[in-house]
Ligand binder design. Structure first.
Ligand SMILES: Nc1ncnc2c1ncn2[C@@H]1O[C@H](COP(=O)(O)OP(=O)(O)OP(=O)(O)O)[C@@H](O)[C@H]1O
Length: 516
């Protein structure tokens, strides 16, 4: 992973260090593990000096050289923005409570029930810490704005001190749909208001391993000019990922032009896509440049491609094959010099089988399909996304950042999010209004009346909440990660996972992971 989040683990038990490191590294983080308090302190000092501070420290209470409690006091005094999770044995809960009073962000009782439990706690603390940072709850002296985001400013993992958002790399975007999609102007108040710039720069949050795997695929395909098909339920972020691919591509200096194929009547879609000459049809009083032409040198994003009428499907196929088109009523052949990214929330393969979508067009579009999982399958994204939206909406409305109560955080994590990221954004926007400046409680989120949706998912939720569910989630995450690392090559993936290609195939089916 290119921009890993740095975490520090301090525990004198080797097995525990290994467990914690493995679990957190699997979530995409970079972990330094040390065996005593003094070494932990030295690591923190070095990391601070190197301007690559830790995002979080997990500290055992009983350690040689410098005990956990002393280390915690030192951290609170010197680096108040570094959140600390205390690890404690069963019998020492009162000490853990003491640690909380001293300023620990959370405590975990050993032995930990599961890696998922650990990751959820880490994710929760990171989200809260990001909120605090954005609200300026902590020391001001570290609020100096750094400007070390990667060239496109997309972060797969959170944290670090406030950073200036990267300036828009292209400066050119589709006029009507891109507002807010590229980074805000660099520097100053805006930078400090971000929940956590490394987490949220350019509006893409990717903390869950499943989302990181998607982002990795996006990064890989972005370097090419290959046509991409983004698949996923409504609101999962297909357009966000289309924008990411554009910004990471060599066409990023060109425009990103988005067309929602479902929003336009059939009679208009052709002239919208290809443009028309003056007098081409009744009402065509002037010549019009179509979206293909507007996207010259850049990317054309065809959203809801599954809704295209048969006649338009045929025309689009021709353009994809010949890379040329004519304006309606025109004779001049124009080069289609743009990268195509299509998206749909429909099962396009099924649509092909039902003869609602041309198979030849499908295969032209699905050269590189990327499936974006629903939010309920990316639990580690939920709180960072909530934090991100809270900061964005509070900033937009000139409001102070409210706190999310523990109960609200839990409600957010438990909700099944059938409307995906869009539903989460709406819930946060609504909560921000209803909380009227106070802390956000579960009732402000308006999730209760969605009990039915939750009940519908009851069986699944129950399964997921069992250890078996957690294990399956981890297995799925691992497969996704290794697949992404191997460019979706099943042979290599199976080899690395130590299973047969056949078993891998069955697993892919079971977890509905598409690789072709
Ligand atoms: N990973 C993400 N990080 C930050 N914001 C996100 C992310 N994914 C989605 N969003 C936000 O959620 C909302 C819905 O995302 P988007 O429009 O990209 O979804 P979609 O899958 O294209 O939906 P539809 O199929 O309905 O067009 C947008 O406001 C978008 O900015």
């Amino acid at each position: 992973m290119e921009r890993p989040l740095r975490l520090l683990v301090a525990d004198d038990e080797e097995a525990m260090r290994l467990f914690l490191s493995a679990a957190l590294e699997r979530a995409g983080h970079r972990v330094d593990a040390v065996e005593d308090g003094q070494s932990a302190l030295e690591k923190i000092v070095a990391a601070e000096r190197s301007k690559a501070p830790y995002a979080l420290a997990l500290i055992d209470l009983q350690m040689p050289r410098l005990p956990g409690m002393d280390l915690l006091s030192h951290i609170r005094r010197e680096w108040p923005r570094l959140p600390v999770i205390i690890l404690t044995a069963h019998g020492s809960i009162p000490t853990a409570v003491e640690a909380m009073k001293l300023g620990a962000a959370d405590f975990l009782v050993k032995p930990l029930p599961s890696p998922g439990h650990l990751r959820a706690a880490v994710s929760r603390v990171l989200a809260q810490s990001a909120l605090n940072a954005a609200a300026g709850h902590n020391d001001a002296d570290r609020d100096a704005v750094r400007s070390d985001t990667d060239p496109v400013g997309i972060a797969m993992t959170p944290l670090g001190p406030p950073t200036a958002p990267a300036a828009s790399p292209s400066g050119k975007v589709s006029a009507q749909r891109e507002s807010g999609r590229l980074s805000t102007p660099a520097g100053g108040v805006e930078a400090l208001r971000r929940p956590n710039p490394e987490l949220a720069v350019n509006d893409l949050i990717a903390c869950d391993p499943a989302t990181c795997a998607v982002l990795e695929q996006a990064r890989l395909v972005a370097e090419t000019d290959t046509t991409v098909l983004l698949l996923g339920e409504s609101g999962v972020g297909k357009e966000v990922f289309a924008g990411v691919i554009h910004r990471l591509s060599k066409r990023s200096a060109g425009p990103f032009v988005a067309v929602n194929c479902a929003a336009l009547p059939t009679s208009l879609i052709e002239s919208e896509l290809f443009g028309h000459e003056r007098g081409a049809f009744t009402g065509a009083h002037t010549m019009k440049i179509g979206r293909f032409e507007q996207a010259t040198g850049g990317t054309l994003f065809l959203d809801e491609i599954g809704e295209l009428e048969a006649t338009v499907q045929a025309k689009l196929l021709r353009v994809l094959q010949e890379k040329r088109f004519e304006r309606i009523g025109g004779t001049r052949s124009i080069a289609a010099d743009c990268r195509i990214i299509a998206a749909t929330n429909r099962d396009l393969k099924a649509a092909v089988q039902e003869r609602q979508f041309r198979s030849d067009l499908y295969y032209r579009l699905a050269v590189f399909p990327i499936e974006i999982p629903p939010l309920c399958r990316r639990p580690a994204d939920i709180l960072p996304l909530a934090t991100h939206f809270l900061t964005r909406f509070a900033g937009k409305n000139g409001r102070d950042l409210p706190q999310l109560t523990e109960a609200a955080l839990a409600a957010l994590q438990e909700h099944p999010w059938p409307g995906n990221v869009r539903e989460l954004a709406n819930a946060i926007e609504r909560a921000l209004i209803l909380c009227a400046g106070g802390p956000i409680e579960p009732r402000h989120l308006g999730l209760a009346h969605r009990e039915k949706a939750r009940a519908d998912q009851g069986v699944k939720a129950l399964a997921d909440s069992t250890d078996d569910g957690i294990l399956k989630q981890q297995e799925r995450d691992t497969i996704l990660r290794v697949l992404a690392a191997n460019g979706n090559n099943r042979q290599k993936t199976a080899q690395q996972l130590g299973i047969s290609v056949r078993t891998l195939r069955n697993k892919l089916k079971e977890y509905r992971i598409q690789t072709d």
